[in-house]
Design a protein around this ligand. Structure first.
Ligand code: PBG
Length: 326
């Protein structure tokens, strides 16, 4: 009796054969490593809900930076956690703000490092919203002017990429116009285009001290139930001049990574957010999972879904594992 069927297993019979037919790969160049900077001196403080992630003051950061560079990581996403917060987030666009100082320090030490500046007001406002508040409402157009000002101050400090995460309408247009006017036509915008109002940001808000004091972010971040709306968000950003598109969070929104990949030709970025990290760390600390395998499977999953780049708190570990040739 002759049966007719495909023999898929032929291409799986040895590690070398599997290497030959592997479709997707994770490279250290794909990784963007997020960092949190605080004012003061001598601070290297681990964030309790994110083991292995720290608040750094700039004076003690150099050693860490050398370590990051020696691992081959070539791009960073910088967040500032200022001491002073006020209603209009003025430390976000202060010439000597913590993030501006961090950008200058990194670029001075390693001019080729690609430094990306998160562009938002939530860490800088006393109410914790991503824009300015009037009678409990986040004012869209008034916020745009401050975000644009922030982008210009980040570019002046030496940022290579501006990454707006604030989800105001028109933020890409406003930032593009302000950058161009200030002579920064060559600085790209990585737009957090498809960003959901997600519970997966919980640990980040501990790290960034950016939990809204009243209400939530649902009037500006997207409803997790919506996919088509995400396409409209991304299309608007493309039209306004975005150079990269981001999906955030990543794991529960892999479909959005794929949808964007099939619709747009720009580089697609997946943000593997804080709770995605914390859950893996907690399970690994309990001995319930194999951390390295879980992380690498997740990363190649992002690539398979269509991501070109991955922002991840696991970046240093991944870089080490890739070096060891796992
Ligand atoms: C600022 C911002 C947030 C994250 C990145 N930029 C928090 C938020 O929107 O509440 C979350 C990142 C993470 O959870 O790792 N708007």
């Amino acid at each position: 009796m002759s049966l007719s069927f495909d023999r898929h297993r032929r291409l799986r019979m040895s590690a070398t054969m599997r290497n030959l037919v592997r479709e997707h790969h994770v490279r250290v160049e794909d990784l963007i490593y997020p960092l949190f900077f605080v004012e003061g001196t001598g601070v290297k403080h681990e964030i309790p809900s994110m083991p292995g992630v720290y608040h750094f003051s700039l004076d003690v950061f150099k050693e860490e930076l050398d370590d990051i560079v020696s691992l081959g990581i070539q791009s960073l996403m910088v967040f500032g956690v200022p001491n002073h917060k006020d209603a209009c987030g003025s430390e976000a666009y202060a010439e000597n703000g913590i993030v501006q100082q961090a950008i200058r320090m990194i670029k001075e030490a390693y001019p080729h490092m690609v430094v990306m500046a998160d562009n938002c007001l939530c860490q800088y406002t006393d109410h914790g919203h991503c824009g300015v508040l009037h009678e409990g409402n986040v004012e869209n157009d008034e916020s745009l002017a401050l975000l644009a000002k922030t982008a210009v101050s980040q570019a002046k400090a030496g940022a290579d990429v501006i990454a707006p995460s604030n989800m105001m309408d028109g933020f890409v247009a406003a930032i593009r116009a302000a950058l161009d006017e200030a002579g920064f036509v060559h600085i790209p915008i990585m737009s957090y285009s498809v960003k959901y109002a997600s519970s997966f940001y919980g640990p980040f808000r501990d790290a960034a001290h950016s939990t809204p004091q009243t209400g939530d972010r649902k009037t500006y971040q997207m409803d997790p139930a919506n996919a088509r709306e995400g396409i409209r968000e991304a299309a608007a950003d493309v039209e306004q001049g975005a150079d990269f598109l981001m999906v955030k969070p990543a794991l529960a929104y892999m479909d959005m990574i794929q949808r964007l990949r099939t619709r747009f030709e720009l580089p697609i970025v997946a943000y593997n957010v804080s709770a995605e990290y914390s859950m893996v760390k907690a399970a690994a600390a309990n001995g319930w999972i194999d951390e390295q395998r879980i992380v690498m499977e997740t990363m190649v999953g992002f690539k398979r879904a269509g991501a070109d780049l991955i922002i991840t708190y696991h970046a240093k570990d991944i870089a080490k594992w890739l070096k060891e040739g796992m």
